[in-house]
Design a binder for this molecule. Structure first.
Ligand code: CA
Length: 222
C-alpha cells in the first residue's frame, strides 16, 4: 500500500512517514500544498494524510482540486484542535476522515487501515482468501492458522492482492502501489515476488492472467 503525507511541520512529517513505513506502507511526502497537490494528481495512492494549514496552497484547496479532477483516493485531513469549522469544511470538500492535532500515532494508523479497507470494499479488519488470512491490524498473514513469514515486499504484495481479491491486478498497478516515486521501478521484479509468495501460500490462489496480471481468489476458474 502506498501513502502520501502532505505536512509542512518537518517533525510531524517525519513522525508520520516513520510510523507508516514501520507499518509497511511505502510513503511519498510533500511539505507544501503545491507539491502535494501535484503528487496527488499524478500518482496513485491508497491513502493520503493532508494537513490543512500548508504554505503555497492550503489543504482545503488541494483537496477540492483533487476531487474536482475526480481523484477518489481516501483522504484523512489533519486539523487544528477545536477548529470544528475546519472539520466541517474538510469533510464537505471531500475528506473521508479527520484527526485533530495533537493525536496519537496509533489512532492515525487505525484510521488509515480503516480507510484503506473501506476503499477496497472491506468492512472487517481481517481479510480471508481460502486458508489464507490477512490481519490488517497486526500486519500478520496466516495460512491454515500458521504464521507466514514474509519480507516487506512480499507483505506489500500479498496485502495489496488480498485487499483487491477476485480482481485482476496488473503488474504496473502492483509496482505503483508497492514502491515510492523515487524507486527505480522494474515490473519484472513483481514476477519474482509472486514466485516467492506462491511458495509460502497455496500456489493456486494466485492465478496468472496472461497479458493482464494476477488475480488472487479462492475459486479455480481455470
Ligand atoms: Ca501546517
Amino acid at each position: 500500500m502506498r501513502a502520501l503525507v502532505v505536512e509542512d511541520d518537518p517533525d510531524l512529517n517525519r513522525q508520520l512517514v516513520t510510523a507508516l513505513e514501520d507499518a509497511d506502507y511505502v510513503v511519498d511526502t510533500a511539505t507544501d500544498g503545491e507539491e502535494g497537490c501535484f503528487l496527488g494528481e499524478t500518482e496513485p495512492y491508497d491513502i493520503v494524510i493532508l494537513d490543512l494549514g500548508l504554505p503555497q496552497m492550503d489543504g482545503l484547496t488541494v483537496l477540492e482540486q483533487w476531487r474536482r479532477g475526480d481523484r477518489k483516493m481516501p483522504v484523512i485531513i489533519l486539523t487544528a484542535r477545536d477548529r470544528w469549522s475546519d472539520k466541517v469544511a474538510g469533510m464537505d470538500a471531500g475528506a473521508d476522515d479527520y484527526l485533530a492535532k495533537p493525536f496519537h500515532m496509533e489512532e492515525l494508523l487505525a484510521r488509515v487501515r480503516a480507510q484503506v479497507r473501506r476503499a477496497a470494499g472491506h468492512a472487517k479488519s481481517e481479510i480471508e482468501c481460502g486458508p489464507v488470512r490477512l490481519d490488517t491490524k497486526s500486519g500478520r498473514v496466516t495460512n491454515d492458522g500458521q504464521v507466514v513469514k514474509l519480507t516487506s515486499h512480499e507483505y506489500r504484495l500479498v496485502s495489496y492482492l488480498m485487499h483487491h481479491k477476485g480482481r485482476v491486478v496488473s503488474r504496473t498497478e502492483l509496482v505503483e502501489h508497492m514502491y515510492d516515486q523515487d524507486f527505480d521501478r522494474d515490473s519484472n521484479t513483481i514476477e519474482v515476488f509472486v514466485g516467492r509468495l506462491r511458495k509460502k501460500i497455496p500456489a493456486n490462489l494466485i492465478r496468472t492472467v496472461r497479458g493482464l496480471g494476477y488475480c488472487l481468489s479462492e475459486e479455480d476458474e481455470g
